[in-house]
Design a binder for this molecule. Structure first.
Ligand code: AKB
Length: 314
């Protein structure tokens, strides 16, 4: 029977994915873990875990008889640039520990997220193919690209069932991201909901691929529950949903908050955004395991603004 460990469960993706995995497998069959306790609510099935501590990870896996790991802990693109060696250590060594534990037969299945950050300035920006030039120039991108290669290697050499998606920017309203280049597209909603001016750290016309959190969670679950024979890509799948610029999302948000204002003050994150694709081609994900997004920009903005205004009225 499946028993899951989520590493990095307090993060933007982790908090929502943990809730969905508990809905699917049952509360008791999903252990949340993170390097810090979640402020506030108490979680009976939570373990404090430093993802770089292989012994601590091994102890939890054996104690809880874990079968599947969702390893989400990572330092993202913008934050990684302030301490590259720390980002490399966390992003890389924690993945190698999980892969080794699977090779040694302690766990059966791994999910590990990659990112559009694996691409670089000389990658084709429009309809970026699954297989193309990849020369990332952030430490986060380098660690994700190396991680993809390790996942593929462990699958080919040792038969480890590891699956991965190259997430675009993930947009949700339940938990905030930290340290990413696409985070502006989450922050904008909170400023609009609080009726505050929004100073965007990317330029108005900087287009990036993005995805609503509900779609990201569904893509992850669909990939992880697909027949292993359908998973033909064992480094990481491109997955797309929508692409927009700061001025596109502002135009949608202002429909629900007519007083809301924006200005643009690009900082170091602009160069990171400029090195990434604008639109990804995710044909293999659609063909192999049936990926299809449900949310476009308009539908996502409507949903988030609706949820935030409901929350404000409580
Ligand atoms: C980031 O901006 O660093 C992340 C990502 C695209 O992986 N959201």
């Amino acid at each position: 029977m499946t028993k899951v460990l989520v590493i990095g469960a307090n993060g933007q993706l982790g908090s929502e994915l943990t809730a969905e995995l508990r809905r699917l497998h049952g509360e008791d069959r999903v252990i949340a873990s993170d390097v810090r306790k979640n402020n506030g609510h108490s979680d009976q099935r939570f373990e404090l875990l430093d993802a770089t501590d292989k012994k601590a990870l091994f102890d939890i896996i054996t104690k809880e008889q874990i079968t599947d790991i969702y390893h989400l802990a990572a330092i993202l693109s913008a934050k990684g640039e302030s301490d590259p060696l720390f980002a490399w250590d966390l992003n890389m060594n924690s993945l190698l520990h999980v892969l080794e534990l699977a090779r040694e037969g302690h766990i059966q299945k791994i999910y590990w997220p990659s990112s559009i950050a694996v691409f670089g300035p000389d990658t084709p920006k429009v309809n970026t193919p699954q297989r193309t030039i990849m020369n990332p120039n952030t430490v986060y991108g380098i660690s994700k690209l190396a991680g993809e290669k390790w996942c593929e290697y462990y699958h080919q050499k040792f038969g480890v069932d590891v699956r991965s998606l190259r997430y675009p920017g993930l947009i949700g309203y339940k938990a905030k991201p930290g340290g990413g280049t696409t985070d502006y597209a989450v922050d904008i909603f909170f400023k609009a909901a609080d009726n505050q001016h929004f100073k965007c750290f990317l330029g108005a016309h900087s287009m990036l691929p993005m995805m609503y959190m509900d779609d990201a969670i569904r893509a992850t679950v669909e990939l992880m529950t697909a027949d292993p024979d359908l998973i033909l890509v064992r480094n990481s799948y491109n997955v797309g949903a929508m692409s927009f610029t700061p001025s596109d999302i502002y135009r949608e948000v202002v429909k629900f908050a007519p007083e809301f204002t924006i200005s643009y003050a690009p900082d170091f994150r602009q160069a990171i955004a400029d090195s990434w694709p604008q639109i990804v081609d995710d044909a293999p994900a659609r063909k192999d395991w049936g990926w299809k997004e449900a949310y476009n920009l308009e539908r996502m903005v409507e949903e988030i603004m609706h949820q935030l205004s409901k929350r404000a009225k409580k």
